[in-house]
Ligand binder design. Structure first.
Ligand SMILES: Cc1ncc(COP(=O)(O)O)c(C=O)c1O
Length: 340
C-alpha cells in the first residue's frame, strides 16, 4: 500500500534539483568561517530578516537554545507560552544547558498579550530570578499553526524594552506566517531581538536552521553553538539545500495552506472535529480516542501523529498533492468511532 505520510512537514526529501545544488556547492571549513555557501546563506538571511548578522546551525532546537544562552545569564527568568516548543519539546534544555527558570503562561490559541505576561514578571528583589527574556512562537505549532497577531508582538516588544528585557522569536515556521499573512519576514522579525527559522520543515531542506539578530548577540551565539557541539565543517553542502529551498520552495507554501484548509473544510464526520481555525499548514483534529483514529487512518494508508489526549495532527507538505488530500479526507470521513 502507498502511504501518505502527513506526520510532519519535516519528512520531506530533497528533490533532484536540491541534490544537484548540494553536490555542486563550493565549501570550506565553517568553524574557520571559510565556507562560502554558509556565508552566503547567513548574509542572505540577515538581509531578509532585517538583522545585522545570522548564524547557520544544525537544528531549530540548537538555534533556540543558543539564542536563550546568548540573551540571558544563569538564574534568569524566561517567560513563554505553556505550549511553546522551547519549553515542551526541547528536552529541558533551558534548565539543563543555561540554568534558566521558565515561567509558562497559558495563552489563548498560543497567543500571549502583554497583559497576560506582566503579572508573572518577577519583581526587582534579591529573592527572585530576574526576568530577562520573553519567547514567542510564530507560527505556534501546538496551537495548530496559529499566526501571532503582529500588533500583539509589537506591544510585547514595546513594554519589554522599557523593562530592559529581550525577546526571542521561535520562527521555525515563520515562513508560513509570512506567506499566509503577507507581511515581509523583516517586518515579522522587527519587534524581536533574535529570530530562528528552520529550513528543514515546510521548506523541504534536509538539515539546518538560522538564527539572526544583533551582531554582538550572534557573536555570543557562535560561541554557544560551539559549546553545544554544533561547530561544523563543510556545512555548505547543507546550506546549498537551504538556498535552493528559499528560491524554489518558499512561494509554494501557499499550496500547503490551501490543502490544510481543504482538510478542515472537507471534514464530514461526527466522530471527529476540528481543534482550531486553520491558518497555515497544520491541522489538528479532536476525537475521543486518538490512537483509534490513528490506527484507522494507518489502515487506510494515512500517517498522522498523536498530539496530546484526544488530538491528532496532520500536516500537508511538498510531497503531498491535491488527489492525496482527497484520499486523506475519505479516510478521515470513513472513521466510525466504536464506543464500548
Ligand atoms: C515551533 C518549533 N520550534 C522549534 C523546533 C525544533 O526544530 P528541530 O527539530 O530542528 O530541532 C520545532 C520542531 O518541530 C518546532 O515545531
Amino acid at each position: 500500500m502507498e502511504f501518505m505520510d502527513l506526520r510532519s512537514d519535516t519528512i520531506t526529501q530533497p528533490d533532484e534539483g536540491m541534490r544537484r545544488a548540494m553536490a555542486e556547492a563550493p565549501v570550506g571549513d565553517d568553524v574557520f568561517g571559510d565556507d562560502p555557501t554558509v556565508n552566503l546563506l547567513q548574509e542572505r538571511m540577515a538581509d531578509l530578516l532585517g538583522k545585522e548578522a545570522a548564524l547557520y546551525l544544525p537544528s531549530g532546537t540548537m538555534a533556540n537554545q543558543t539564542a536563550l544562552r546568548s540573551l540571558t545569564h544563569r538564574g534568569d527568568q524566561v517567560i513563554c507560552e505553556d505550549g511553546a516548543h522551547v519549553y515542551r519539546y526541547e528536552a529541558g534544555a533551558p534548565a539543563a544547558l543555561s540554568g534558566l527558570l521558565l515561567t509558562t503562561i497559558e495563552g489563548r490559541g498560543g497567543v500571549l498579550t502583554w497583559d497576560d505576561i506582566e503579572p508573572h514578571l518577577n519583581p526587582d528583589d534579591i529573592h527572585f530570578a530576574p526576568p530577562s527574556l520573553i519567547c514567542i512562537e510564530n507560527t505556534h505549532n501546538r496551537a495548530g499553526g496559529r499566526i501571532q497577531p503582529q500588533d500583539v508582538v509589537r506591544e510585547i516588544s514595546r513594554h519589554a524594552r522599557t523593562r530592559g528585557m529581550a525577546i526571542h522569536l521561535d520562527g521555525a515556521r515563520l515562513w508560513n506566517a509570512h506567506v499566509a499573512g503577507g507581511l515581509a519576514l523583516s517586518e515579522l522579525a522587527a519587534p524581536v531581538d533574535t529570530v530562528s527559522l528552520c529550513f528543514s520543515k515546510a521548506l523541504g531542506a534536509p538539515v539546518g536552521s538560522i538564527l539572526a539578530g544583533p551582531r554582538k548577540v550572534i557573536v555570543r551565539a557562535h560561541r554557544a553553538r560551539k559549546l553545544f557541539g554544533g561547530g561544523w565543517r563543510q556545512a555548505g553542502i547543507l546550506a546549498a539545500a537551504c538556498l535552493y529551498a528559499l528560491d524554489h520552495n518558499l512561494p509554494r507554501l501557499a499550496d500547503d495552506h490551501r490543502r490544510a484548509k481543504r482538510l478542515a473544510e472537507g471534514l464530514d464526520n461526527s466522530a471527529v472535529t476540528l481543534d482550531h481555525a486553520v491558518e497555515t499548514n497544520i491541522v489538528i483534529y479532536r476525537t475521543t480516542d486518538e490512537q483509534q483514529l490513528l490506527d484507522h487512518l494507518c489502515d487506510k494508508g494515512v500517517l498522522g501523529v498523536p498530539f496530546g489526549p484526544g488530538r491528532v495532527r496532520l500536516m500537508p507538505h511538498l510531497m503531498v498533492d491535491d488527489d492525496q488530500i482527497e484520499r486523506v479526507l475519505d479516510a478521515l470521513n470513513s472513521y466510525v468511532e466504536e464506543t464500548a
